[in-house]
Design a binder for this molecule. Sequence first.
Ligand code: UN1
Length: 498
Amino acid sequence: MNLLQVKQLKNFINGSWVEASTGDTAAVTNPATLETLVHVPLSSESDVKSATEAAKKAQKQWALVPAPQRAEVLYKVGLIMKERKEKLSQLLTMENGKVIEEARGEVQEGIDMAFYMAGEGRRLFGQTTPSELKDKFAMSVRAPVGVVGIITPWNFPIAIATWKSFPAIVAGNAVVWKPATETPIMAYELAGIFEEAGLPKGVLNVVFGSGSEVGESMIDQNDIRVISFTGSNEVGRGIAAKCGQRLKKVSLEMGGKNGVIVMDDADLDLAVEGILWSAYGTSGQRCTACSRVMVHEKVKDELEERLQREIAKLSIGNGLDETIKVGPIINRSGLEKIQNYIRIGKEEGAKLLTGGYIMENGNHKKGNYFAPTLFTDVSPEMRIAQEEIFGPVVSLIPVKSFEEAVEINNSVEFGLSSSIFTRDVNRVFAAQRDLDTGIVYVNAGTTGAEIHLPFGGTKGTGNGHRDSGVAALDVFTEWKAVYVDFSGKLQRAQIDVE
Ligand code: UN1
């Protein structure tokens, strides 16, 4: 089956597939094989301008379409994605490297989001509230912001795009979308699905290209009123600063340093499974990936042993092979970043139990593979325990108590996800209260957020907004307060009140 019908992707602007004005392109590489899959356009400001103009024009009409009808398009998008799930999953594995089972999970996340947000077409609830004056009616409604800009990462190229574009579209906005250049195929497919589902032209526009060119010019467009970004902390801070100057609303999700707490009363079989899945799944390239384990000293030795035993069984390779559990790293610079952290960890005095190297023998030579890595005797202030590595690297940090574990968990710059393995119900409730992260799991790893709950985090993870769930609507709508006075006379609030 030839999954890719084209060799050269195009932008999708005002309902047409068009080349970038620059004519420049870049190769997109399969990280499992290093083969070129396709070429992606590298657009410039003039492409962003055309997309923004198209979006602005289309949005005026789109906002007048009743929300339940806007939602019909999302239902269709969900149905087409469902019908095409296997093809999309395989393409996702090819461009991103995640193993096929996880790719299917990610596509499912997008399908879930389509149906969930389509349901919002018949909700989009505001509030009615009594007025302080007679014969006066008061309510608040959600109004679309207009044109929104979304910037999505390579690690969840379809799910995160749906988290942002679906709520924006159902709420009556038009979208200018810059997907990551490493993983443009999902964007190409999703835009095609919207086209098939009958989305009016200009409501969704895709402009491929770099952050420095396309991303920057999106921020510069006055008509783009919101930027919703998922990516690195460094880039996010830059976007926030520029948007701040322009009084542009900005929603950021910028990763984590997610910790699992393993207490002495934990079900260790379960804890091992949870750590393996959330740390080495997606080769650790999730914002939610577990990269620290605060383990009670009483069970430390046993956990170390069991983890090492299970890590040795992980099969690493091309994720299209159903037997593979850990796929490649997205690119060479990702591999080098991880390798650098291994060096730092060793220099800091952490003890390397297993892994710690780029895999370059046999079949692994043909792709970007990093051996699943486990450090122990890590202390909380070490850089490997503080900074986001975005690879299959876990640091075990021994602790003496629950309180110490929570304190260490909260002592990092990020606050996305955390988890605790314990059988003590009192600790469960204390943990969900005290762990300073946007997501808390009990007796599960740090990954696996469901789309109808808010996704995001505290501190350096974001800036107070959430993707996903009903909270996503707050990013893409303005609250409008509406007062209808049917008394027939001028009534002054705060003054004509008896
Ligand atoms: C991400 O890594 O940015 O909770 C998204 C999870 C997935 C989404 C991860 N549902 O791990």
